[in-house]
Design a binder for this molecule. Structure first.
Ligand code: ZN
Length: 115
């Protein structure tokens, strides 16, 4: 049985989206933002930087391309877009939670390297 509230990890990584993705009445405008690499849940995790989704070296982006993150971004948007359907928002939430575990494991490691 999936939880109906964001995990601690999701709240830490993307606090704004953590709350919104668990809403059953997510506004269309907000769902539209899931299509934006910068404004979506993954983008928020990177500090609203879209570099994880750009498969070329772009000096204006601070994050590096990550195919896995990019795929999660697409998945979450795709599920949420089918929208209104509880079942699909559940899938979007599960993808969001799975993403945070990937992000925590792969992209936050460096921070803790000093300890
Ligand atoms: Zn990644």
């Amino acid at each position: 049985m999936p939880a109906n509230r964001p995990s601690k990890l999701l709240l830490e990584i993307a606090p704004v989206w953590a709350k919104d993705i668990y809403r059953d009445d997510l506004p269309d405008k907000r769902i539209g933002q899931l299509e934006s690499k910068e404004d979506c849940l993954i983008g928020e995790s990177y500090g609203f930087d879209a570099g994880y989704g750009v498969d070329t070296i772009d000096p204006t982006m601070s994050s590096e391309f990550c195919k896995t993150c990019n795929n999660y971004g697409y998945k979450i948007w795709d599920h949420a877009l089918r929208g209104g359907l509880r079942e699909d928002m559940g899938r979007a939430r599960r993808a969001a939670e799975a993403f945070t575990r990937h992000f925590d494991r792969v992209h936050r490691k460096k921070k803790g390297a000093a300890s």
